[in-house]
Design a protein around this ligand. Structure first.
Ligand SMILES: [Mg+2]
Length: 219
């Protein structure tokens, strides 16, 4: 948390990263399944992950299609329509596991009337998957995804779109939460308060308003 982080009661809005905050990181077996599907041998699975991230930015930003992204990643097999569908479905599913403790904290903040907006670097299929969840429709007043914005964090335009979606709250009393420090720094450059989330749910609970804080800290 930066030194200027506002008191929970004074917050006007939250802008939340998805993966690494609300969404859990994929496990090693999930990565292995995806690598196998893409044709990478077992001893090359870490290389697959590196190649995946090296190519992900344009896919996240909505520039690359599913086929363009996976064409560069598939090894030793044809990217048939069936395989493309399987890769897209498996890839999407591994990003949709959420942290129930974080969602409890966000439910408590939502009950106080705090406006909450998701700002995620995500390709179209993951965006569609998040939009179909219960928590997205009940807890979030809006969700913005890089593939739809045509911009990834840390581009300033991404944060400005999130502020607009939140109804232009004062940036100083808006808290942006992300597990990437570089994304937090870009938000700070626009005057937005930030919390660099590292998995510490107690710190997260303390930063957000709740009608019954004791119940949340015990979650
Ligand atoms: Mg993240």
């Amino acid at each position: 948390m930066n030194p200027a982080t506002p008191a929970p009661a004074s917050l006007e809005a939250l802008i939340l990263d998805y993966n690494g905050v609300i969404g859990r990181q994929p496990t090693a077996p999930m990565w292995a399944e995806l690598a196998e599907l893409a044709g990478w041998p077992t001893n090359m699975h870490l290389n697959f992950q590196q190649a995946f991230w090296a190519d992900r930015e344009a896919y996240d930003a909505g520039i690359d299609s599913d086929r363009a992204f996976w064409t560069r990643l598939v090894r030793g097999r044809d990217l048939t329509p069936g395989l493309l569908t399987t890769l897209r479905t498996t890839d999407t599913a591994m990003w949709l596991h959420t942290d129930p403790v974080v969602l409890n904290i966000l439910r408590a903040a939502h009950q106080t009337g705090l406006r909450q907006v998701v700002l995620s670097n995500a390709p179209h299929p993951v965006a569609d998957g998040i939009d179909a969840t219960e928590w997205r429709s009940t807890l979030m007043s809006a969700a913005l995804y890089s593939a739809r914005l045509g911009r990834n964090k840390p581009a300033p335009e991404a944060y400005e779109a999130a502020l607009a979606a939140a109804g232009w709250p004062n940036p100083a009393t808006t808290l942006f939460i992300d597990d990437r420090d570089s994304n937090c720094q870009a938000a700070q450059a626009l005057g937005i308060s930030t919390l660099h989330y590292t998995g510490n749910t107690s710190q997260l609970a303390r930063a957000l308003p709740a009608l019954k804080p004791s119940l949340i800290s015990a979650a």
